[in-house]
Design a protein around this ligand. Structure first.
Ligand code: HPA
Length: 272
């Protein structure tokens, strides 16, 4: 195993004190409070994990939280590394590679995104049906890593059974869940209205600056992925309003409870 993954995994495993998480949950901008839902939390600050950086973006905390949710032992990643912060693709996906090395088989990724589809207004929860990676990056570029497939199939980047489970839980719990294609861009600028038109033309329903690289790394290691976007704003040009990160965090916080109920139900419904 490459030393960056090994070092992070060894440090986390030592701090888990025998706990064995089976599901990882990656928390997007402003969605950190989801980690407060886990029972019996054990917190591991990023400062104690080799290769992990302290997040520079407001709304991203910088700790792993292991605890019980929906009857399973979960590991929440509260604070992401984005390529726009200047991180390499390897750093961006280090947590996901570490999840795989810990033996975690399922990754639930959440994010904040702009609504490109005019039907998806602020506060919409969108199940990620599929993604388009327009970041210009790919974490698999370079020598093939141990435990990773050289040419991963991306037909089911977002696992079919997990998507069906998410739809079922949303229905049961009365949570409105839209579905669409997530377009991952590098950022950190929000898009121009012309770029948003371009994204819509290409089949994107939502746009954001995360998730796609993590899903690629997870698939290369055979982990199953589920993605849920919180639409925090209409993408540029869809409405007249200017975009800012505070608004993104505010809306994410407002629907956080709803997202939490959905994620808890999904975790409870997982077979492993
Ligand atoms: N564009 C890109 N990323 C985002 C947006 C957006 O409109 N909203 C939240 N993250």
């Amino acid at each position: 195993m490459a030393t960056d993954v090994q070092a992070a995994t060894d440090a986390v495993r030592a701090r888990l004190k025998g706990r064995v998480p089976t599901v990882a949950i990656v928390l997007g901008s402003g969605l950190g409070p989801l980690a407060d839902q886990v029972a019996d939390p054990l917190r591991i600050p990023y400062t104690e994990i080799p290769g992990f950086h302290v997040p520079t973006v407001p709304g991203h905390k910088g700790e792993l939280v292991c605890g019980t949710l929906g009857g399973k032992t979960v590991l929440c990643q509260s604070g992401r590394f984005h390529a726009y912060e200047g991180h390499s693709a390897d750093v961006t996906v280090l947590p996901v590679r570490m999840f795989g090395a810990l033996g975690i088989g399922t990754v639930i990724l959440t994010n904040a995104a702009g609504g490109v589809n005019p039907k998806f207004g602020p506060g919409t929860l969108m199940l990620i049906a599929d993604h388009i990676n327009l970041t210009g990056r790919n974490p698999l570029v370079g020598p093939q890593r141990e435990g990773e497939t050289r040419f991963p199939d991306m037909t089911s980047a977002y696992d079919k059974a997990l998507k069906a489970l998410a739809r079922k839980v949303a229905k049961e719990r009365g949570v409105a869940l839209a579905e669409g294609v997530y377009m991952g861009l590098l950022g950190p600028t929000y898009e121009t209205p012309a770029e948003v038109k371009f994204i819509a033309t290409l089949g994107g329903d939502a746009v954001g600056m995360s998730t796609v690289l993590e899903v690629i790394a997870a698939r290369a290691r055979g982990m199953k992925c589920l993605g849920i976007s919180t639409i925090t704003n209409a993408a540029a040009g869809i409405s007249d309003q200017e975009l800012n990160h505070n608004e993104v965090m505010e809306v994410a916080a407002k629907v956080g409870g709803e997202l939490g109920r959905l994620v808890e139900g999904i975790v409870a419904g997982l077979s492993a």
